[in-house]
Ligand binder design. Structure first.
Ligand code: AGP
Length: 607
């Protein structure tokens, strides 16, 4: 299932439709967005459309100038395809119809060419407009709107929740669902559609949750739902939660919701870059020639993004034999390596606005290096200024502590490393397919398996929550993971925590290991099990409370979280999930503000 990234709202039969749509879009603002729009029938039955980039408030005045309406759809866009512009805002359509969409149409380029060849022209860069004009095409070849919609969605590959209105059918909304959530709100003399109940709680709590393949025809009095051409019924549901809980999708905190979104976030990010189980970055307009020309890679970022860079370093060196170093952006700026055009600087940033990372990007370009951004926010400063950009499709990350962004960043750079290894002649297609399958199929499933065992990790958190100090130890990629586990714990539970290369402990830090000090030991690399075992015994013999996260099947006699069966090449993803949950539960047990920890901001746009 692809993560929802945009917000959809629709209403039919309510005399205050304009206010309902604007209020619903405002309620959906928590999801993060960069533009908004509505398509409504005015009091003469004419279909009107208002949209722009920016906040909902930017279109409010123009919308309210429309003389009343009792039917319409609205949308907040979290950009995935196409820059943040008015033309790319939703709705999209033609004289005959307007569509709002949440999800990703993967075969949009192919369909766009087909439509262009038969005379259609496009105003936007979006995949949504392709779906809208395809529907326009089929609506001229079909007996009914439902038939046209059925023909259209049969051609779409990807994920979509669609809200649709036809100019010649005032008072009717159509809704379609495949992979992206979409609900129908059941009102009194009015009915609604929305991406989630947050937008509708003021008007109704009764609703249907559409399933994949459902196509609904909704009027003020009636809701018809069809699937594979047959009329069906869906169970009537009742939302008994408040708006704040609705925003979190029923989770107690955004952070937990985002940890649970990680498997789909990884799938969403990788799916559009895999063809026949091989890495394919052609849609990213990436000049792959750089991987044959460069001699070194510098990965520059802050905090969790920098830790994802540590994973990226290990994969670029392993698969592409490319020397890579990871630089803290705030240090890089004042102590830059001697960069040249033979160097590639990869800047990783969830927000795309981190001041230190942006400054490091600018300095890299001034010094002549090629720059590649890995960013989660379309149209952000870092995305716009880098020579190349690879967007992650994790959807908005609201919690200050970064979780799903870390997972998608490290997964995406790993996929890039496989591609670079192929280009540099170190990886053949057969091995590449193995690696892609491990990353795209096995790893998200392994994360899901760990999520099912969250209670085990909650028990480990009980061992931590009374402590003032904690240590994370590991070797190789486990040391990189230890750095992230330590940051996660300290930033949301306020426990002083340090990550240490396990072999380094005896050179000083072990003096801090006393009775009851928790040590989280990571051992996901089989070649290092024995070395790690001796490090664990070193700390245990000094009274440490050991929590061992490992893929080793042997018994150690300590509290253990055993990883699911998975290749060591991608076990960093389930390990990261364990560390994120460990930090989350510890923070909750300590009564901390999980989503908004003290002193921290989601995006550090100041130096
Ligand atoms: C991670 O949990 C923190 N919120 C912080 O370290 C964050 O990763 C860092 O500030 C970088 O942010 P960015 O990815 O938006 O650039």
């Amino acid at each position: 299932m692809v993560l929802y990234m945009c917000g959809i709202i629709g209403c039919v039969g309510n005399e205050n439709t304009l206010e309902v749509l604007l209020d619903g879009l405002t309620a959906l603002e928590y999801r993060g967005y960069d533009s908004a729009g509505v398509a409504v029938f005015d009091n003469t039955g004419k279909l009107r459309m208002v949209k722009d980039f920016g906040r909902v408030s930017k279109i409010t005045q123009e919308v309210l100038e429309i003389k009343s309406s009792s039917c319409g759809i609205g949308h907040t866009r979290w950009a995935t395809h196409g820059a943040v512009t008015k033309e790319n805002s939703h709705p999209h359509g033609s004289e005959g119809l307007q569509i709002v969409h949440n999800g990703i149409i993967e075969n949009h380029a192919h369909l766009k060419k087909e439509l262009t060849d038969i005379g259609y022209s496009f105003k936007s860069e979006t995949d949504t407009e392709v779906a809208a004009l395809l529907l326009d095409y089929y609506s001229k070849q079909s007996e009914s709107k439902l038939e046209a919609i059925g023909k259209t969605v049969k051609r779409l590959v990807g994920s979509y929740a669609l809200g649709i209105v036809f100019a010649d059918e005032p008072g009717v909304i159509y809704a379609v669902r495949k992979d992206s959530p979409l609900i129908i709100g059941i009102g009194e003399g009015a009915n609604y559609i929305a991406s989630d109940m947050t937008a509708l709680l003021k008007y109704t709590r009764e609703h249907y949750s559409l399933e994949n393949g459902d196509i609904a025809r909704i009027t003020a009095q009636d809701i018809e739902i069809y699937n594979t051409g047959e009329r069906i019924t869906r169970k009537k549901l009742y939302a008994d939660w408040d708006r704040s809980a609705a925003e979190k999708g029923g989770y107690p905190h955004f952070m937990l919701k985002e940890i649970y979104e990680s498997p789909d976030a990884v799938r969403s990010t990788l799916r559009v870059r895999i063809v026949d189980m091989l890495p394919d970055f052609s849609a990213d307009e990436l000049d792959e020639g750089i991987f044959e020309r460069i001699s070194r890679v510098y990965i520059v970022a802050c905090g969790t993004a920098m830790h994802a860079g540590l994973i990226g370093k290990s994969r670029l060196e392993a698969y592409a034999k490319l020397p890579a170093s990871v630089e803290i952006a705030s240090e890089f700026r004042y102590n830059p390596p001697m960069l040249s055009s033979d160097d590639l600087v990869i800047v990783i940033s969830q927000s795309g606005e981190t001041a230190d990372s942006l400054a490091a990007l600018r300095l890299s370009k001034q010094m002549g290096a090629k720059t590649l951004a890995v960013v989660n926010v379309v149209g952000s400063s870092i995305a716009k200024e880098a020579d190349f950009v690879l967007y992650t499709y994790a959807g908005p990350e609201i919690a200050v502590a970064s979780t799903k962004a870390y997972s998608v960043q490290s997964a995406l750079i790993t996929l890039l490393a496989v591609r670079a290894g192929m280009l540099r002649g170190f990886i053949d297609e057969s091995f590449a397919k193995t690696l892609v399958c491990e990353l795209y199929i096995d790893a998200p499933s392994a994360i899901e398996k760990m999520l099912e065992r969250a209670d085990e990790i909650k028990e480990c958190a009980e061992m931590l929550c009374e402590s003032d100090d904690a240590f994370f130890i590991g070797r190789g990629i486990d040391y990189a993971l230890a750095c992230e586990g330590s940051l996660k714990l300290k930033e949301i539970s306020y426990i002083h925590s340090e990550a240490y290369a396990a072999g380094e402990l005896k050179h000083g830090t072990i003096s801090l290991i006393t009775e009851g000090v928790p040590v989280i030991a990571l051992a996901s690399v089989s070649a290092l099990y024995d070395k790690m075992e001796s490090n664990i015994r070193e700390v245990a013999s000094r009274g440490a409370k050991v929590i061992l996260i490992t893929s080793d099947t042997r018994e150690y006699g300590y509290t253990m979280v055993r990883l699911p069966e998975i290749s060591e090449r991608v076990s960093f993803l389930p390990v990261a999930c364990v560390l994120q949950l460990l930090a989350y539960y510890t923070s909750v047990m300590r009564g901390c503000d999980v989503d908004k920890p003290r002193n921290l901001a989601k995006s550090v746009t100041v130096e």
